[in-house]
Ligand binder design. Structure first.
Ligand code: ADP
Ligand code: MG
Length: 616
């Protein structure tokens, strides 16, 4: 690779930024250089939180001996030649300022060898001043040793945090690198102790190393393509949710970014599966053509701008929904045996579902209306295939049935598939009894089902209330004294434009003179709330009103469902139990309560026989 010194007009196109703020920024720049250099093995060693020493060694392309000095010139880079390259940039670094900045505030030693040279070259630079270049024996690749960071800028040195917290920043950064580059083998060593060691065996391995076995055992694969955009990664089962967003990693074209839109696309997709106020753990790689995303928004290169954010939202949302909804929420206690396969292989068996559906269709004609959109598409597919050759329905894969042209269509199909699967679970069971007046025990085929009566009923009520809202069937009550409140101009304008939203949710609101509104009826669900607080809170941020409003309702509905549901300890009659289980069969509800707890556990006969050592 030839190093070019950028003409100033190009350089000015790239907004300049402080590259070296702290040890973690040095590590970031050096590792990015190694990745750009095509390394498959990268070792990062830090001492005293990187303040004393940082060593990055790679097996990448190396630097030609005659280029060694110019690598340290400001705006020297081999990665772009002219302004046109900026638009299709795929490498991580391209400003050509990192090595120059690092060398100006530390003592740097560089050893590098390319495959064209028998020997490596060694160069030392102290506070920007070059020492003598000398030949040295070395493997192909580059080693950069950065010592005594900020030795010549005491003000900056003072600004650093304690070594432990600088180390923490580097460790977080390394975790992101490992997740973003699962095909690269990383070794991360802190004060001679190995912290991370990966072998480049893929994202699942990387997540195992960073998050541990429990997360690994609960990973669901996310894999989705829509024309030129692809989404790949893993999300942990929502039952393993976290209290904040720090366990979320987003890569766009392999680059770690933070992007609120993508986080919310994921959050919105799992909302039915996750406890309110909790966040899913995931690592997602979004790949799209370089020209439809702008990575140069900020010098630290963490923010991205999408040409078409709505489309990306839709694709990510569908990708996650597909992964999460296809997973099995019956906590299958036999899973331990299959764990090895469970990460890579989709838990959900499309073939057997389709078979079940098609058999059902043969048996009863009413089937069509029940599973209509899916079956319609299947029928079309079968017809097509029958004409070509006699292809068995079971050989048709879901991916072939679904044409991901329209994301919302795919989404509704997927919802339907989960529902049907959950329906099948509640067919042909036999009630054995109730344990502790709380857990319904059923024999189903070769397995034992344990159903939490409270969680189960809670989910059913929640789904019922939600449906009522959607169907405009909400029970409302007139207020004895209508509530009247005043609004400012902005609020008036918002309310005027959104009267329908409120009415949809059963709030009878109308204008009442100038800058004043009247509420005459509210849904029974809200009968106990303080309308003054409610509207003050909702209108406190005009941009968020819609979201706040809907969230508030969901929260209310969840509370109401919890309060009205049969309790643990309530004694149920046989007919009540049948009613509960039959409702699951009918509605195919998600088998998690609105707070994300499981509703059904399933133990296979094999598993139970193992308990008693009948088999090993
Ligand atoms: P940039 O990465 O923005 O091009 P840097 O200052 O980080 O600028 O690096 C300058 C040049 O030095 C790079 O363009 C590259 O040619 C070379 N270089 C730096 N580190 C490595 C490495 N580990 N392997 C190969 N080449 C490297
Ligand atoms: Mg660089």
């Amino acid at each position: 690779m030839k190093i070019n010194v950028l003409p100033s007009e190009i350089y000015n196109k790239i907004s300049a930024g402080e590259v070296v703020e702290r040890p973690a920024s040095v590590v970031k720049e050096l590792v990015e250089n190694s990745i750009d250099g095509g390394a498959t093995k990268i070792t990062v060693e830090v001492f005293d939180g990187g303040i004393k020493k940082i060593v990055v060694t790679d097996n990448g392309c190396g630097i030609e001996p005659e280029d060694i000095e110019s690598a340290f010139l400001p705006h020297a880079t081999s990665k772009i030649k002219d302004a046109k390259d900026l638009e299709t940039i795929s490498s991580l670094g391209f400003r050509g300022e990192a090595l120059a900045s690092i060398a100006s505030v530390s003592r740097v030693e560089l050893i590098s060898k390319t495959e064209n040279n028998e020997f490596g070259m060694n160069l030392k630079i102290e506070g920007g001043k070059y020492g003598n270049k000398k030949e040295i024996g070395f493997d192909n690749g580059t080693k950069i040793i950065v010592s005594d960071l900020f030795f010549n800028t005491p003000a900056r040195l003072k600004f650093l945090k304690k070594p432990k917290s600088e180390e923490g920043e580097i460790t977080n950064l390394m975790a992101k690198f490992i997740l973003a580059n699962p095909q690269i083998s990383f070794r991360y060593i802190v004060d001679d102790k190995i912290i991370y060691n990966t072998f480049g065996n893929g994202l699942a391995e990387a997540m195992y190393i960073i998050y541990g076995k429990e997360v690994y055992d609960n990973l669901l694969e996310v894999k989705y393509d829509s024309n030129d955009v692809s989404v790949y990664g893993f999300i942990a089962r929502p039952t393993l949710c976290k209290a904040n967003r720090t366990y979320q990693t987003i890569f766009v074209n392999g680059r770690v970014v933070s992007n609120y839109m993508i986080s919310s696309a994921v959050q919105d997709a799992v909302e039915n599966y996750i406890m309110k106020g909790k966040f899913p753990l995931f690592a997602l790689n979004i790949n799209l053509p370089f020209e439809s995303v702008d990575v140069n928004v900020h010098p630290s290169k963490q923010e991205v701008k999408f040409e078409n954010p709505n489309r990306i939202y839709g694709i990510v949302n569908t990708a996650i929904f597909k992964a999460v909804s296809e997973a099995n929420y019956v906590q299958d206690k036999t899973a331990e045996i299959q764990k090895e396969n469970s990460v890579r292989e989709p838990v959900f068996d499309t073939k057997s579902l389709l078979e079940t559906i098609m058999n059902g269709q043969k048996e009863k004609n009413c089937f069509k209306s029940e599973y209509s959109p899916l079956v319609d598409i299947l029928n079309e597919k079968i017809k097509e295939n029958n004409e070509k050759s006699k292809v068995e329905i079971s050989q048709i894969k879901l991916e072939e049935v679904i044409v991901p042209a329209n994301d919302t269509k795919v989404e509704s199909l997927n919802r339907e598939i989960v529902e049907n699967k959950n329906k099948i679970l509640f067919e042909d069971y036999h009630i054995i009894g109730v344990l502790f007046n709380t857990y319904i025990l059923c024999e189903k085929g070769d397995s034992l089902l344990i159903i939490d009566q409270h969680a189960g009923h809670e989910r059913q009520l929640y789904d019922k209330f939600t449906k009522q809202i959607k169907g405009n069937n909400l029970a409302c009550q007139d207020l004895l004294f209508p509530y009247v409140f005043n609004t400012n101009l902005k609020e008036t304008e918002f309310l005027e434009n959104n009267l329908e939203l409120f009415r949809e949710y059963g709030i009878d609101i109308s204008e009442f003179g100038e800058n004043s509104f009247k509420i005459s009826a509210v849904p029974v669900l809200l009968s106990e709330i303080n309308l003054k607080d409610f509207f003050e809170n909702i209108l406190s941020d005009i941009n968020e009103v819609q979201k706040k409003f809907v969230d508030f309702f969901k929260e209310k509905i969840a509370k109401q469902a919890c309060r009205s549901a049969i309790k643990a300890g309530d004694k149920l009659s046989d007919s009540e139990i049948n009613f509960l289980l039959d409702s699951f069969k009918e509605n195919g509800n998600v088998l998690l309560c609105p707070h994300g707890r499981p509703i059904v556990l399933q133990f296979s006969k094999t598993e139970i026989e193992k308990w008693f050592k009948r088999i090993v």
